[in-house]
Design a protein around this ligand. Structure first.
Ligand SMILES: Cc1cc2nc3c(=O)[nH]c(=O)nc-3n(C[C@H](O)[C@H](O)[C@H](O)COP(=O)(O)OP(=O)(O)OC[C@H]3O[C@@H](n4cnc5c(N)ncnc54)[C@H](O)[C@@H]3O)c2cc1C
Ligand SMILES: O=P(O)(O)OC[C@H](O)CO
Length: 612
């Protein structure tokens, strides 16, 4: 059945009956990736998400699939090893989403630089080796100062020493989530958004046996029974564990807010993703990334204790990022009035004494002794007193430290944690979007073991490294050619070239299904033919229940197509109201919700418009 509101009713009915093998709380990338592996492996699978799929952190990232080169500075080699290798795996199972887009990293002669030209080359060589791209067309290289300025003439020249260029991937984070959810639904999983877990259930032996949920569309509450319950709620992970009355789980999350700002590329233009130190000697780095006709930059990294569902951009976030970007691009002179869109998200960081990662390794910071040993070894290497092997040995023998880290948020590991509480509740938290599949795999191994040992149910996991998400049935080595063929199908259906290419890039191998809707629908007044069919597909096949779902997460209208956003809001609301049969009151509420989201993205309250 199509992934539509009718399917939602059917799934809710199924969730009320019978017992699931695994019930997943949270529909961000971690939950979605786990649901795909569970459903595809034949488990009776259910997932609930209290907002829209990906509406938490997983639509608010820097939109990269990357290994985190800067983490090598914290010697977080395991995290980088896992994530940098996963880039190609994720591209392989979702070829229409992550796109190779080499990053340029300019180096300045200033205090607190993350890298020197020398250490950058070591880091890039290690990064390439870990990702197995050494010697390929994507192998890293360095640029002289003159070569950098030729590529980025707006970049500040004084203090510039040169740059490194290395492979990373741009990503569409919300799209990666929904394509995992759709594939899980196709494989029989019951995926329900706008449904909130409000209680954890236990059996007579005080073992977790399901959850009480509230349907936020109807207000109805009911129980869902499950043999295994998985908590994949990212920043909310402690909230769910504290909801579990049978355990006394010490809080382990340390959510930090990250903000991105969007300007038109006529105000700031970069030829490729660019990544540099803030220049404030604060251990932070900032990305500047081209997307559609825009340029976005971020992020901040500040401890956060506010409303997890609605982190907002504050004046100090804007001031911080504008100071950095205007310092690096002095001719840009960006002001708050140039900002067309913005977003804020919460990193689900595990505080220093986190649990086991999905591989079972303890994820704590390194000891001071190790840190000093590695630095001194590299200094000896620079003087030619020791060889490369000695440096590698020092890196390999890094010791962990059990002390609670008061380190600045940027020094906290981006690693993940998998914890199983005494009552059997499994929590998978932390990590990144890039290593979501490995996090999900770690969780699924724990689920399979519990089903085998406690319920004598055996399942064999699919090979998720080769199992495409919805829309991912494209040869990963021939993405451009296959996307061109899919676009050609759109042109033959009456779309212009740019519309056809836009749809082919967005929907991958689902494009023919999207184009087939052109035979069923009329162009919606006020929308292009491409947007008309995209909206129809979003409601019929992607569980887009509100205008925000469509304009913010199923497409990039709000963030990267701001110029046309205002003109399409009413036609989108009118068509969704017709399709769903909304009352006038519902229409008003959805319009209000969208207007609030757009005003927040526009920074209306900070620009003074909201102060009049
Ligand atoms: C600023 C920033 C930049 C980043 N950039 C990148 C990047 O470029 N690349 C990368 O790989 N990673 C990046 N990350 C990290 C990455 O975004 C996160 O690690 C990832 O999105 C976390 O996904 P998740 O599914 O664990 O959590 P979430 O996406 O937050 O999903 C958890 C879900 O649980 C739901 N939920 C909570 N409570 C309940 C309940 N009671 N009932 C039902 N549902 C509930 C929430 O609504 C939420 O949708 C970035 C993070 C930030 C903040
Ligand atoms: O976690 P950080 O500090 O690397 O910030 C997230 C980046 O912006 C992209 O992963």
């Amino acid at each position: 059945m199509a992934f539509s509101i009718e399917r939602r009713q059917q799934d809710i009915k199924a969730l009320k009956e019978g017992t699931l093998d695994v019930f997943i709380i949270g529909g961000g990338i971690t939950g979605a990736g786990t649901a795909l592996q569970a459903s595809a492996s034949g488990l009776k699978t259910g997932l609930v998400e209290m907002q829209d799929f990906a509406e938490g952190t997983s639509s608010r990232s820097t939109k990269l699939v990357h290994g985190g080169l800067r983490y090598l500075k914290n010697f977080d080699v395991e995290v980088v090893a896992d994530t940098v290798q996963e880039r190609a795996v994720v591209q392989g199972i979702a070829p229409h989403i992550p796109k190779a887009d080499p990053m340029i990293l300019p180096i300045y002669d200033e205090p607190g630089s993350t890298f020197s030209m020398f250490s950058l080359k070591i880091a890039m060589d290690l990064y390439d080796r870990l990702a197995d791209v050494t010697g390929t067309k994507y192998a890293n290289y360095t640029l002289t100062k003159e070569e950098v300025l030729k590529r980025e003439p707006q970049l500040r020249s004084d203090g510039l020493l040169g740059a490194g260029v290395y492979l990373d991937y741009r990503n569409n984070d919300a799209r990666l989530v929904i394509e995992n959810i759709k594939r899980a639904a196709t494989d029989g999983g019951h995926m329900v958004s706008q449904m909130k877990v409000v209680g954890i259930l236990h059996d007579a032996d005080d073992k977790v046996s399901g959850a009480t949920v509230e349907d936020l569309l109807t207000g109805e509450t009911f129980d869902i029974k499950a043999r295994v319950v998985l908590n994949t709620t990212g920043p909310w992970s402690d909230t769910i564990r504290q909801m579990d009355t049978k355990v006394d789980a010490a809080p382990q999350m340390r959510p930090t807010k990250g903000v991105h700002l969007v300007v038109d590329n006529k105000r700031l233009s970069v030829p490729q993703p660019t990544y540099f130190d803030t220049g404030k000697n604060d251990g932070r780095m900032v990305f500047v990334i081209p997307r559609e006709e825009k340029t976005y930059f971020g992020t901040t990294d500040t401890d956060y204790t506010g409303d997890f569902a609605n982190p907002t951009v504050e004046q100090e976030d804007v001031d911080y990022l504008l100071e950095i970007v205007n310092n690096r691009y002095p001719s840009a002179k960006i002001t708050i009035d140039d900002i067309e869109a913005s977003w804020a998200g919460l990193r689900p960081l595990i505080s220093a004494n986190g649990g086991l990662d999905y591989n079972g390794a303890k994820n704590q910071p390194i000891s001071d002794e190790s840190f000093d040993k590695v630095i001194n070894t590299i200094k000896q290497y620079q003087k030619g007193n020791v060889d490369r092997y000695t440096v590698e040995e020092a890196l390999k023998n890094i010791e962990k430290d059990n002390s609670e880290s008061e380190a600045n948020p940027s020094a906290i590991s981006r690693g993940s944690a998998l914890d199983i509480d005494p009552d059997g509740l499994i929590t998978v938290a932390g990590g990144k979007i890039t290593d979501y599949r490995k996090m999900a795999l770690g969780a699924m191994k724990a689920v399979i073991e519990i089903l085998q040992n406690n319920f004598n149910l055996s399942y064999e996991l699919i090979d998720s490294a080769k199992y495409p998400v919805s829309g991912g049935e494209i040869d990963p080595q021939e993405v451009e050619a296959e996307t061109g063929k899919l676009a050609q199908m759109g042109i033959e259906k009456g779309l212009n070239e740019s519309e056809a290419l836009y749809l082919a890039n967005l929907y991958g191998s689902n494009t023919p299904k999207v184009l087939a809707l052109l035979d069923e629908i009329q162009q919606i007044e006020g929308l292009t033919l491409a947007d008309s069919v995209s909206l129809c597909y979003a409601m019929k096949e992607e569980m887009a229940l509100t205008p925000s779902d469509f304009l913010i997460r199923r497409t990039n209208h709000m963030l990267f197509m701001r110029d046309t956003l205002d003109s399409i809001i009413e036609p989108v609301i009118t068509e969704m109201a017709r399709y769903y049969g909304w009352t006038e009151e519902a229409k008003i509420n959805y319009r209000k919700g969208l207007e609030t989201a757009v005003a927040e993205s526009d920074l209306k309250n900070l620009k003074g418009d909201g102060k009049k």
